[in-house]
Design a protein around this ligand. Structure first.
Ligand code: ZN
Length: 616
């Protein structure tokens, strides 16, 4: 058993100039506009329509037709915006060194700011008309009735909108509301001094966050990882009181806004937009905390396989086996449709079309944007940007983005424009489900025990970082906000105790703790930039685990029903509140079973891993 030597990251294929890459590996943006002249004509048309929309101000109370005209024009503007924006933005991402394209992209942003101003009158004006009147109009006009959910939801959100004086006061406060996050960014990024350290093995490293993560994920020497951890955390220890003061600013701001708008708590305020009950987050936290057994088993197994005397948070990212298999793009593309066989022939055919439609920009080239995304270009097709480098991670990234693209295709085709987009609350369901199906496919086919271990580790680490860590973060945010809601003091010590206590509650005796983990919270950008956001990764993961269970179930009838429900979810776009759409797909996030589905999934994977390492 040669499991003790962790793998080095495999080398990426050599970087090619863009014009040396074959066309079939590049996206074809001429399907959006044939050239920049056509783009410019659309830009001018968009500008004109924005002016037309501004001129409709004061017209809505004339009746159903006036409202319908405004809504239709708003849709036309929205559709044009997709194409005008993405043509420039995708072109820019091909090579971000291109200043001319960058300028065009910025022109679109300036036009969007104008559009926002020119349409700011619409919601307040509509809301002056009694909902009953608008409902009568919708009964009389079937074209207007299409907008029913959007209109009703606008009135629902109105509950927490204040009178003119109140709204003006709140808008005046918006200028300094972002100060805690701006100061956090300055302290943690612009002004930070990354230490250059010599690790015990003699390697010198400047500890940016990226370098630090790379050491944890690739350096087989535990003493090196420990040293990197200690030095990296010193950055936050040195100014932890400042971080605490800034985070207190975030908490106080959130509580101020929640109270000003008449919400019972900061969590209520954060969830109201999507109409999510607070029980969803509470249930998520409770079930994840009760389901830490497979998480602990995984860490104990890692400790044993890595042959470590003590096992720390800095030992949790290192690979378990040496493995450098390549996953060429063409091979993965050939297998991907087969991996979604469970979703039916139509779904597979749609996927073939995306794969063969010059919609994917596959390889890296100088100047290209890093990372990966799926861009939903309404009225055209979803485009995908990858930086494919033949690694297993790249193969799963393709499966993930393909989930987004399929969601886009089905939702755009099935919904009127107003509901074509989907919320973040649902967005990561198809992408993570697509990854889960691909994993299943790969596990069934592999005959190599090392590959099996790598696949299982990949899936388990996905659950650990996307589910458990994000729920722990959500738990931390909730506890910290509740301090402020209860009128309790917020200090670096108090925040450190909450974070450290959570680490212990999740990991028990499966890891050895370091005092410095008390300050880890200070680094997490989401805590400052987007409070109560990360829980959505975990709810998406839970939803997708529950769907996976139903889609791959034993009984044929149940399975077929589950497939139909899932495709209905993808086709539903944003036509209702996310909880309602998910419930119709068979996922009730307020129920313990849904969250337990992830715990069960992890349990099965850890058991498979235990089995695989004993075979290898
Ligand atoms: Zn995604």
């Amino acid at each position: 058993m040669d499991l003790l030597k962790p793998a080095e990251a495999s080398a990426a294929p050599a970087l090619s100039e863009r014009d040396q890459i074959a066309d079939r590996f590049k996206w074809d943006l001429s399907k959006i506009y044939p050239d920049w002249n056509a783009w410019h004509a659309a830009y001018v048309e968009l500008d004109r329509k924005i002016d037309e929309f501004a001129a409709l101000r004061g017209s809505l109370d004339r009746g159903a037709n006036a409202l319908l005209s405004a809504l239709s024009l708003r849709d036309e503007i929205g559709q044009l915006e997709y194409k005008v924006w993405y043509f420039a933005s995708l072109c820019y991402d091909q090579d971000q060194r291109d200043n001319q394209v960058n300028a065009k992209r910025q022109e679109v942003q300036i036009l969007f700011a104008k559009a926002a101003q020119a349409s700011a009158w619409f919601d307040p004006e509509l809301l002056t008309i009694p909902l009953e009147t608008v409902r009568d109009w919708m009964v009389a006009s079937s074209k207007l009735a299409v907008y029913r959910f959007a209109i009703e939801d606008l009135y629902r959100q109105q509950e927490h909108v204040l009178d003119d004086k109140g709204e003006r006061l709140l808008s005046l406060s918006s200028r300094f509301s972002s100060a805690p996050n701006d100061a956090y960014a300055a302290l943690s990024t612009a002004d930070v001094k990354h230490p250059t350290v010599v690790l015990p093995s003699g390697v010198e490293s400047t500890l940016t966050y990226g370098q630090y993560r790379a050491i944890l994920a690739t350096n087989p020497n535990q003493a090196d990882r420990a040293a990197a951890f200690h030095e990296f955390h010193k950055i936050y220890e040195a100014t932890v009181n400042t971080y605490a003061a800034l985070y207190n600013g975030v908490l106080q701001r959130d509580w101020f806004h929640a109270q000003a708008r008449g919400y019972r708590s900061t969590l209520d305020a954060a969830l109201h937009g999507n109409n999510i009950p607070t029980a969803v987050v509470e249930n998520l936290i409770e079930q994840a905390k009760a389901g830490t057994d497979p998480l602990r088993r995984y860490h104990r197994l890692r400790k044993k396989l890595l042959g470590l005397e003590t096992y720390h948070s800095y030992d949790t990212a290192i690979p378990l086996v040496e493995f450098d298999r390549k996953y060429p793009y063409d091979d993965v593309v050939a297998g991907l449709p087969a991996s979604v066989e469970a979703l039916g022939g139509d779904y597979q055919r749609e996927m073939h079309e995306i794969l063969n439609g010059q919609a994917i920009d596959v390889y890296e080239n100088p100047g290209k944007r890093s990372g990966a995304y799926s861009a939903p270009v309404y009225g055209c097709q979803p485009y995908m940007l990858l930086n494919y480098n033949d690694t297993l991670d790249a193969a799963f990234t393709l499966a993930h983005e393909m989930g987004h693209s399929m969601h886009t295709v089905l939702s755009h085709r099935s919904q009127p424009f107003v509901y074509a987009g989907y919320t973040i609350f649902v967005a990561e369901v198809p992408s993570t489900l697509s990854e889960a199906l691909f994993l299943d496919y790969m596990l069934k086919r592999t005959t190599d025990e090392h590959e099996r271990i790598v696949l299982l580790q990949h899936a388990i680490d996905g659950i650990v970082t996307t589910f458990y860590t994000q729920v722990m973060f959500a738990d931390y945010e909730l506890q910290a906000h509740r301090l402020v809601e209860g009128g309790k003091p917020v200090t670096a010590d108090v925040l450190g105790e909450i974070y450290f206590g959570l680490l212990q509650a999740y990991h028990g005796d499966a890891i050895d703790y370091d005092e410095q983990s008390h300050v880890t919270w200070a680094r997490i950008p989401h805590f400052y930039s987007t409070p109560y956001y990360v829980y959505q990764y975990a709810t998406c993961f839970a939803s997708s685990a529950q769907l996976m269970k139903q889609l791959t179930g034993r009984s044929d009838t149940n399975r077929h029903e589950a497939i139909a429900r899932y495709l209905t979810l993808l086709k539903a776009g944003g036509s209702d509140h996310p909880m309602t759409l998910l419930k119709e797909a068979g996922v009730d996030l307020s129920q313990p079973e849904t969250v337990q589905a992830v715990v069960e999934q992890l349990d099965v994977l850890v058991t498979q891993l235990e089995h695989a390492v004993s075979e290898a």
